[in-house]
Design a binder for this molecule. Structure first.
Ligand SMILES: Nc1ncnc2c1ncn2[C@@H]1O[C@H](COP(=O)(O)OP(=O)(O)OP(=O)(O)O)[C@@H](O)[C@H]1O
Ligand SMILES: [Mg+2]
Length: 257
């Protein structure tokens, strides 16, 4: 099971769009995928047009949860909305507060991928997501502030690795909102390539109005506009993630592990 957090400190960089469309892309290729909405904004749940009383907030407090099936092979844990903010306050003083999500999902079986859609902040829920996941996708919209948001996120990842003494988290940079008509997109993409090198995913996500419209119809890009640039880009990203799973598997087989 591969556990990915989609996270960056900068808001509005395409985290939720990536979580939803990558998750659906993977499920369309036959993988079983669970999306955990870690954001009180509930943007994943709103995109799929569902709501649950027993969401992440409840899971972290009591261990009870309802896993909603939103598509074939695609499952969702709602965030619990405002209740998730309250949970943070309650958990703040408790022991092992950063491992709540890990403990809650420890026995999860039957999934190939878990994708955590994270809010743009340094909070306890994000710390929990980092303690649970093994990889992080960091979207950078093509501007300087998003690039700075990625640096801050990497700083937090390193801090979590130090505090929890866990195996290093692998992170991948995903360029989003790329607009070939603008100079700033090209400049920032060059600068991101210089700075992050082979951490950058090949699948650049271009700016595309259909991606903005799809959530309003409770659809993913593959349902709303399957022939759009957005669908193409998220299809390519899905293939890249699937391909790297294959690489990991082959490496493990070669290691005999
Ligand atoms: N490549 C794109 N082209 C055009 N619009 C996009 C693209 N990606 C995302 N959007 C739109 O931009 C807005 C912000 O995207 P999204 O909600 O995915 O960002 P986010 O990082 O999850 O935001 P937040 O930090 O608030 O959680 C949404 O309206 C979304 O539909
Ligand atoms: Mg979001």
């Amino acid at each position: 099971m591969r556990k990915l957090a989609v996270m960056t400190m900068k808001g509005g960089t395409g985290k939720t769009t990536t979580s939803v469309n990558l998750a659906h892309g993977l499920s369309l290729s036959g993988k079983r995928v669970l999306v955990v909405d870690c954001d009180p904004q509930r943007n994943v749940s709103i995109t799929f047009g569902v709501e649950s009383e027993l969401g992440l907030a409840q899971l972290l407090m009591t261990g009870d949860v309802e896993i909603l099936q939103v598509r074939e092979n695609l499952f969702l844990i709602d965030s619990g909305g405002r209740k998730l903010v309250e949970v943070e306050l309650v958990l703040g003083g408790k022991e092992q507060r950063e491992n709540r999500l890990f403990e809650a999902l420890k026995y999860l079986k039957g999934c190939d991928y878990v994708i955590c859609d994270c809010p743009p902040s340094v909070n306890l829920i994000n710390v929990n997501a980092l303690a649970y996941c093994e990889e992080v996708i960091i979207p950078i919209a093509m501007d300087i502030l998003s690039q700075e948001g990625a640096r801050q996120t990497i700083g937090i990842i390193e801090e979590i690795e130090r505090l929890t003494r866990r195996q290093p988290l692998q992170y991948h940079i995903l360029p989003t909102f790329y607009d070939a008509r603008t100079r700033i997109s090209k400049q920032v993409l060059d600068s991101v390539r210089d700075e992050f090198g082979d951490r950058i995913l090949n699948g650049v996500i271009r700016i595309n109005t259909a991606l903005r419209e799809a959530p309003g119809c409770n659809k993913t890009i593959f349902e709303y506009a399957p022939l759009s640039r957005g669908a193409f880009d998220y299809y390519r990203l899905t293939e890249e993630i699937l391909g790297s799973s294959e690489d990991n598997r082959e490496r493990m087989l070669a290691d005999g592990s």
